[in-house]
Design a protein around this ligand. Structure first.
Ligand code: ZN
Length: 412
C-alpha cells in the first residue's frame, strides 16, 4: 500500500523554492507522486488502506548526501573508537554504528573517501544485502597514494609511486569492489611529511589514473590542497576536486589561477567542498592572492568557489568528518548557512540534488521527484525559514521505509 506525507514545507532538493501544502506519495521504494492536495485527489481519489505519516509542523527534504566522509577512522576524542591498528572486526563494528548514527541524523547516503582496508566494503555489503539497516554507502576503499604520502596508513597494500604502480593500485581496488577511486594528488595536513603545499603526482601520472579509472567506469576524486595539484588534476580531467584549497607552495599563501578554474569549468569538474574547512581561513590575509580580495577570509574562500561556479564548475557540500562525528555534520551546515549567509534552500540543494550529481547518482536519489528512490527526511519546523530544523529530525525514510522515528530505530 502507498504511503502519503503532506508536510507543511517541501524542499525538493532541486534548488527550487520551498513549497507549501504539497503532498508526496511513496509506493514501494520510490516516489510515485509529488504535487498539490487537489492534484493528489485527482490522481488518487480512493486512498483507503493507505498509510499516512504526519507532516503537520514539519518540513520534508531528500535524504542528505555526504559526498566526502571517512567512516572507518576517527580524529576526535571518541573513546569508542577501537583505533586504526585494532583488529579489522572491531573497526567493522564501530563503522556500522557510525553509519547508522549518521543515517539517524538524516544522512541517507555517504560517499566514503578513504577507509581502512576492506572494512567499509563489508559494512556496505551487509547493508545492501539487507542484513542490517544503514545508509547507502559508496566506498573508495583506501585512497591511492605514495610511499609516506597522505593517508598511506589506511591499509593500502599497493602504494603507488609511479604511473605503472598507479594502474596496479586502481585495478586492485576495482577488483576488490570499490565504487569509486580517491587519489591523493597532493600531500595533506594530517601527514606533515607529505607536504600539503606540493603535488604528489605529476600531470602525466594523474592522466594515467583518470584514464584507467574511467576505463573501468569509476569516478575519480582527487584530494587537492595546493594549486600545483589542482592544475595537474584539472589538466588530467578528474571528476571532482576535494578541498580545492588553492594553496601556494609557500606556507600562508593562496594562489588562485582563473585560467585553471576556467578549464575545470569547461570540463564540468565538481568541487567537493568540505563545509568545516570552508569555515576556516586557509591563509593569512597577507597571503599572495591573485585576482581576488574579499572582506573576510572565509567569505573570500567561498568567493573562489563562486567564481569557479560562474565558470561552469559545480560544487557540493561535504563533511570530511570521521567516524561517529559524521552525525554532527548537519550542525556544521547550520553554521555554514549563517557564516556564508546562504539561503537554507541553497544549503539543502548542495547536500541533496547537487551532491547526487557529484557522486553520479542523480538518476536515483537527491531530489523529491516522481520516480526517485524514497530516501527522505522529515524535520520538525520550517527548514526554509530556520535552518536549525536540519538538526531536529522527526523521521528518516530509506528506500521508502521509515527507519528512524523521533530518534528511535523502527527497523533493525
Ligand atoms: Zn577526506
Amino acid at each position: 500500500m502507498p504511503t502519503l506525507i503532506c508536510p507543511d514545507v517541501l524542499v525538493d532538493g532541486t534548488g527550487g523554492e520551498a513549497r507549501r501544502n504539497a503532498c508526496v506519495v511513496i509506493d514501494d521504494e520510490r516516489i510515485a507522486f509529488v504535487g498539490t492536495r487537489q492534484g493528489l485527489d485527482a490522481a488518487f481519489p480512493d486512498r483507503s488502506g493507505w498509510d499516512e505519516i504526519d507532516g503537520a509542523g514539519a518540513s520534508l527534504i531528500p535524504g542528505m548526501i555526504d559526498g566526502h566522509a571517512h567512516l572507518t577512522i576517527e580524529n576526535i576524542d571518541d573513546t569508542s573508537y577501537p583505533g586504526i591498528d585494532a583488529p579489522r572486526e572491531a573497526i567493522v563494528l564501530y563503522t556500522l554504528q557510525a553509519a547508522r548514527e549518521a543515517m539517524a541524523a538524516g544522512l541517507t547516503t555517504l560517499a566514503d573517501c578513504g577507509s581502512i582496508g576492506d572494512t567499509l566494503l563489508h559494512v556496505r555489503d551487509s547493508i545492501n544485502q539487507g542484513l542490517t539497516v544503514g545508509p547507502r554507502i559508496l566506498a573508495a576503499g583506501p585512497s591511492v597514494t605514495t610511499t609516506a604520502g597522505h593517508g598511506h596508513y589506511l591499509g593500502i597494500e599497493e602504494l603507488a609511486d609511479n604511473a605503472d604502480e598507479i594502474k596496479v593500485a586502481i585495478r586492485k581496488l576495482v577488483f576488490r569492489g570499490v565504487d569509486f577511486i580517491k587519489i591523493m594528488a597532493t600531500g595533506g595536513a594530517s601527514d606533515p611529511p607529505s607536504n600539503r603545499y606540493r603535488a604528489q603526482y605529476s600531470e602525466e601520472e594523474m592522466r594515467v589514473a583518470v584514464e584507467d579509472a574511467h576505463r573501468l567506469r569509476k569516478r575519480i576524486v582527487a584530494h587537492v590542497n595546493p594549486t600545483e595539484g589542482i592544475i595537474n588534476s584539472v589538466r588530467a580531467g578528474v571528476d571532482a576536486l576535494a578541498h580545492c584549497n588553492w594553496l601556494g607552495s609557500e606556507e600562508g599563501t593562496v594562489e588562485y589561477v582563473p585560467e585553471v578554474a576556467q578549464e575545470a569549468g569547461e570540463k564540468g569538474i565538481f568541487v567537493d567542498l568540505n563545509v568545516f574547512a570552508t569555515l576556516v581561513p586557509i591563509a593569512g590575509r597577507d597571503g599572495i592572492v591573485s585576482g581576488w580580495e574579499g572582506p573576510g577570509e572565509v567569505e573570500y574562500r567561498f568567493d573562489l568557489i563562486r567564481d569557479m561556479e560562474r565558470r561552469g564548475c559545480k560544487s557540493y557540500f561535504s563533511s570530511d568528518h570521521m567516524g561517529r562525528n559524521i552525525a554532527n555534520w548537519p550542525q556544521r551546515l547550520v553554521q555554514a548557512r549563517h557564516t556564508l549567509k546562504l539561503d537554507p534552500v541553497e544549503v539543502i540543494f548542495r547536500v541533496t540534488g547537487r551532491a547526487a550529481e557529484g557522486i553520479w547518482l542523480q538518476d536515483e536519489i537527491g531530489t523529491i521527484e516522481t520516480g526517485k528512490v524514497a530516501d527522505l527526511v522529515l524535520l520538525n519546523g520550517d527548514v526554509a525559514d530556520r535552518i536549525e530544523a536540519l538538526t531536529d529530525v522527526r523521521a528518516v525514510m530509506r528506500n521508502g521505509s521509515v527507519v528512524v522515528q523521533e530518534g528511535n530505530w523502527v527497523h533493525l
